[in-house]
Design a protein around this ligand. Structure first.
Ligand code: RIB
Ligand code: CA
Length: 286
C-alpha cells in the first residue's frame, strides 16, 4: 500500500490519473488531491477536480494551491484541454468541498501526519511541490519519491525543447530536481508511447456512467490532439500513477536530470546526463 498525494491541473489526462488511482484502493491510499494553475487557471482546474471527485463519489480532501508559477505569468494549455480545461463532458455542478488551507500547507500537514512515508504524484507544473520543499525543507525525510509526469529528453511539446509542465514553471522544476528526493520522471519519451487508440476510445461509449465519462473526456482530447499531429491519444499523466501500480510495464534508466531556467530558446528543457559526465548522482528517469 502506498500513501499518495496527487498534485494536478485537470486536464483530461489528470482526470484519468485520479480516476485510476481511486480504482485501486488496495494499492493506493489517496491522502489528498491538490490543484495548481496549469492547463487552465487555478479556479477552472479546481472546478474540474471537484467535478471528477464528486462524479466518482470520492471523499478525498481537496486543496487549492498556487495560481501562478514562481516567477513568470501562467501560460495555460487551453489549446489542448479547451476553455474549461476539461472540455467534453457535462457535469451537473454538484458541489464538492475544498479545504481552507492552501495546498502547500495541506501537503505539509498530510505528509507530516502520515505514519509512513508518502509518495507525491505530480501531474502539473511543480509550483506547489517546490514551495512545499522550500517552506518546509524538513518534510523531505517523509517523502518516499516523486512520481511525476513532466519533461522529456528527446523533445518538448510546448516548445521544441520543453514539455508543458516544466515550461510553465521551470524555476519550480529546478527546485524539485535539486531536492535530493528520488524522482521517477515519466517524460514525453515515455508518455507519448502510452497512447489510447481511437478504437479503444469508441469501445468505452455507453458502457456505464464512469466509462462513458472517460469516453467523453477522451473523445474531446483525441479530437484536440489532431492539431498537434496525434491520431491516438497519449494519456501522459496516467503514466505517473500506472508506474506506482505496475512498475514492471515500464523500463527506465537512472540518469542525472536538470532543467534550464534562463529565458533563451531552451527555457524549460530537461536534459539528462546520458554519459555521466557531470559527476552528479543520477535520479530515476523513465
Ligand atoms: O505535457 C503534458 C502535461 O501537460 C500533462 O500533465 C497535461 O495534463 C498537461 O498538464
Ligand atoms: Ca496535468
Amino acid at each position: 500500500m502506498k500513501h499518495i498525494l496527487i498534485d494536478c491541473d485537470p486536464g483530461h489526462d489528470d482526470a484519468l490519473a485520479i480516476m485510476t488511482a481511486f480504482a485501486y484502493p488496495e494499492h493506493l491510499h489517496i491522502l489528498g488531491v491538490t490543484t495548481v494553475g496549469g492547463n487552465q487557471t487555478l479556479e477552472k482546474v479546481t472546478t474540474n477536480a471537484k467535478n471528477i471527485l464528486e462524479f466518482i463519489g470520492a471523499e478525498i480532501p481537496l486543496a487549492k494551491g498556487q495560481k501562478e508559477p514562481l516567477v513568470k505569468a501562467l501560460n495555460t494549455g487551453e489549446q489542448a484541454h479547451g476553455d474549461s480545461g476539461m472540455d467534453g463532458p457535462y457535469f451537473d455542478g454538484k458541489d464538492y468541498p475544498v479545504v481552507s488551507e492552501n495546498a502547500v500547507r495541506f501537503l505539509y500537514e498530510k505528509i507530516l501526519s502520515c505514519p509512513e512515508k508518502v509518495t507525491i504524484v505530480a501531474l502539473a507544473p511543480l509550483t506547489n511541490i517546490a514551495l512545499l520543499l522550500k517552506v518546509y525543507p524538513e518534510i523531505k525525510e517523509k517523502i518516499e519519491c516523486i512520481s511525476m509526469m513532466g519533461g522529456g529528453i528527446s523533445h518538448g511539446n510546448c516548445t521544441e525543447l520543453a514539455e508543458f509542465n516544466i515550461y510553465v514553471d521551470p524555476e519550480a522544476a529546478h527546485i524539485v530536481f535539486h531536492s535530493g528526493i528520488p524522482i521517477v520522471m515519466s517524460g514525453l519519451d515515455v508518455t507519448e508511447k502510452a497512447v489510447i487508440t481511437v478504437q479503444e476510445i469508441e469501445e468505452l461509449k455507453n458502457k456505464g456512467r464512469v466509462s462513458h465519462l472517460v469516453f467523453e473526456l477522451l473523445k474531446f482530447y483525441n479530437e484536440s490532439g489532431k492539431q498537434f499531429g496525434f491520431i491516438d491519444s497519449p494519456v501522459h499523466d496516467l503514466c505517473a500513477i500506472e508506474y506506482l501500480l505496475a512498475p514492471e510495464i515500464f523500463s527506465g534508466t537512472d540518469w542525472y536530470v536538470d532543467v534550464i531556467t534562463d529565458d533563451g530558446c531552451a527555457r524549460g528543457q530537461t536534459f539528462a546526463d546520458l554519459r555521466a559526465l557531470s559527476g552528479h548522482e543520477p535520479k530515476y528517469m523513465y
